[in-house]
Design a protein. Structure first.
Lengths: 440, 251
């Protein structure tokens, strides 16, 4: 695997440098943060190829670090249909199913892209790239490791192999160490925030989450994800694991109340019971559109000085974990103004806002996304030390095996392969939670 | 019943509302502003929606209609009566105002669900699917349709649900059911809640607009790659625009 992709690979210290390099390669296609009406119509006019700005790199296939951002149609089937259609060849009717099966997304062909997990979205983006590469000049892939679990990495290998065989250029941009599968060791910048155990319990009772699995919910069958009842005794940090598409993020969203559902969930920590708070990708995506001062302000009824204080504590703990001023901290740790435009600080601010709510638990969904291995380990370590100091348990959701050596408890999440008719109508699949390590 | 029949039925039903026939079909009125014609028409429309789209869709359409109608009618009536009160109360004006708002209420609770049903009955996702299956390629007008559908679907099925999830998680809106307990220290006063709600609405507005149009360059590029219609002779070289030979092997 490493040998296959290594020749195409460029490593970067941080998210900002990698994004800049990525934009350099496929700039004109990427989503804009903002645009006026004139730009809107100019972009819209590209449908008919009237725009002369479409230039040299128009024949690139690309996968962004947030893979949803490179899929232009509503469902995986439509994405693959458009990719096959764009090759200008006639394909047999079952070819889409064949491609989807090869990339492990045959069961998700008619789901809206939004309902796919991060890993499934990367699989689809790879399948699309693989199909359309024949008529394109090159492919650019940005950080696929954040979402793709280790046992699915052969799919990336497959695309790289195909590029080599067909003589196409492949640019693989990644962050330092993000595909390193070694658990955290003594050489990594991990503080030991585990002086006192933070125990907590997670309860799920008759949870049933309605899902919109079709594009027209008004006329479609209802579909639910049912979570099996569970009462788990856990110790922070707790790591939630499971393969792509098993429902890890769905469970986290239910615990945090980000989704409407029936039944009840609760997290009971040392400071009492309550709901969890969750930092997930959609929050980060929206945060990238907001100003830093808006982020750090928090919500109604929250104390801004308390949020700023927590934010500074996280940054200081981060610097301590790095053994001094970290190299990816522009201007040094005491120059927050200079540092407030990087992803790590945005994450620190979002965590600070959530910790200020004194939640039942803090859940970080893919906390390593957009960070190099060293930066991610130092960041999570800093968050753990600050959260544990206020007796808040932390739950990590990650594909990375890094956290195994520092986790004090774990939950394995898996979903039933089959979808069954629900007793009250509609369809249902079941998600189960199993403790992975010894109970406290 | 296939969707074309359903759509035809609903669109036929819309004719009385848009031509004004409904108000004059049956003489007499139950209340000032609520003629028997409109009441009968409203009953038929609601029955047809429930029959054609099912009770779940009917409930949803009715809820949306009420959510729009009640603030408009109640706020309008309060303002009108306040103006009447200040300018001198007269029984005739009072009757006219009551009739106006009763009629407005009846019209809105009839027309809004009907309009929603007329759109909902069209299987837009199938249209997108259908256009991508064309063996002869896609015409320019069809590419524009694909783009418009993409923007519409993205807003309804991606932007709004994402924003709702984020504001739920951020605790700006009260969590209904499911989650036991709440954030400690976050017992907000009504003023704080209102302030938070206003602030949230501004954010939602700005973020919804940004998120809705930010992918236009990507979509335009992907849609433009679809081969043009052979019949119209458009974009014959689209598929192999890099000038490379067509592939020989299956992917």
């Amino acid at each position: 695997m490493m040998e296959t992709i290594q020749p195409y690979r460029s490593n970067f210290d941080n998210y900002e440098a990698r994004e800049a390099a990525f934009r350099e390669l496929v700039d004109f296609k990427l989503a804009r943060r903002s645009a006026g009406p004139a730009q809107f119509w100019k972009d819209f006019g590209r449908i008919t190829r009237r725009d002369p700005a479409v230039g040299r790199s128009e024949t690139a296939a690309y996968i962004t670090s947030n893979p949803r951002d490179c899929l232009a149609f509503g469902t995986p089937r439509q994405v693959l249909m458009a990719a096959l259609m764009a090759t200008g060849r006639k394909w047999p009717g079952d070819h889409i199913l064949e491609v989807a099966s090869r990339f492990g997304i045959a069961g998700q062909l008619d789901q809206p892209i939004r309902t796919l997990s991060g890993g499934e979205t990367v699989k689809l983006a790879l399948a699309k790239t693989r199909v359309s590469l024949e008529t394109l000049s090159h492919a650019v892939v940005s950080s696929p490791f954040a979402w793709l679990s280790a046992n699915n990495r052969y799919l990336l290998n497959d695309v790289a192999d195909h590029c080599r065989q067909s003589g196409k250029k492949l640019s693989l941009l990644s962050l330092e160490g993000e595909d390193n599968l070694a658990p955290i060791g003594p050489e990594d910048p991990f503080l030991n925030p585990l002086r006192q155990k933070v125990k907590f319990s997670l309860l799920m009772r008759a949870v049933k989450i309605p899902l919109t699995l079709t594009l027209n919910p008004l006329v479609a069958d209802r579909c639910y994800a049912a979570i099996e009842n569970a009462e788990l005794q856990l110790v922070s940090p707790c790591v939630i694991t499971g393969d792509n598409g098993q429902g890890k993020s769905l469970v986290a969203r239910a615990v945090a109340g980000a989704l409407a559902f029936r039944g009840s969930t609760s997290v009971n920590g040392p400071m009492g019971g309550g709901r969890g708070v969750l930092l997930f990708q959609d929050v980060l995506t929206q945060a990238l559109l907001r100003s830093f001062s808006t982020l750090i302000r928090g919500g109604p009824g929250m104390s801004r000085p308390a949020i700023v204080s927590t934010y500074e504590k996280i940054r200081e703990a981060y610097a301590a974990a790095c053994g001094g001023i970290p190299t990816d901290c522009p201007g040094g740790i005491n120059a927050p103004e200079a540092a407030r435009h990087n992803l790590r600080d945005i994450k620190a601010a979002l965590v600070a806002v959530r910790l200020a709510k004194a939640p039942g638990a803090l859940i970080l969904d893919e906390p390593d996304w957009g960070l190099s291995r060293q930066s991610a380990i130092a960041f999570v370590s800093a968050v753990l030390s600050v959260a544990h100091a206020q007796r808040t348990p932390v739950i990590l959701i990650s594909h990375k095996p890094w956290w195994q050596t520092v986790a004090c408890s774990g939950i394995l999440i898996s979903r039933s392969p089959a979808v069954h008719p629900a007793p009250q109508g509609g369809l249902v699949f079941t998600i189960s939670l199993r403790p992975e390590r010894g109970a406290p | 019943m296939n969707w074309k029949l359903k759509a035809g039925l609903l669109w036929l039903l819309a004719i009385p509302a848009f031509t004004g026939i409904a108000g004059h079909a049956i003489p007499g009125s139950l209340l000032p502003g609520a003629g028997y014609g409109w009441i009968g028409y409203a009953v038929v429309v609601h029955g047809a929606i429930a029959l054609v789209l099912g009770t779940r869709a009917y409930r949803l359409a009715s809820l949306v209609a009420l959510a729009i109608t009640l603030p408009v009618v109640l706020l309008g009536a309060v303002i009108s009566f306040a103006v009447l009160f200040v300018g001198g109360w007269s029984t005739v004006q009072q009757t006219v105002t009551v009739a106006h708002y009763v009629h407005l209420f009846l019209t809105m609770v009839t027309v809004i669900p009907l309009a929603l049903a007329m759109v909902a009955v069209i299987p837009l996702h199938r249209l997108e699917h259908h256009l991508l299956r064309r063996p002869k390629g896609v015409k320019t007008i069809e590419k524009i349709v694909l783009m418009v559908l993409r923007v519409f679907s993205h807003i309804v099925h991606f932007v709004l649900p994402n924003i709702m999830e984020v504001i739920r998680e951020e605790g700006v809106l009260p969590v209904k059911g499911g989650v036991s307990g709440s954030h400690r220290g976050l017992s907000l006063t009504l003023r704080q809640r209102m302030s938070g709600l206003l602030s949230m609405m501004v954010h939602v507005g700005v973020e919804a607009i940004c998120a809705s149009i930010r992918y236009i360059p990507l979509w335009a590029d992907e849609i433009s790659r679809l081969p043009g219609s052979i019949e119209s002779g458009q974009d014959k070289n689209t598929a192999g625009s890099s000038g490379e030979d067509q592939p020989k092997d299956d992917p």
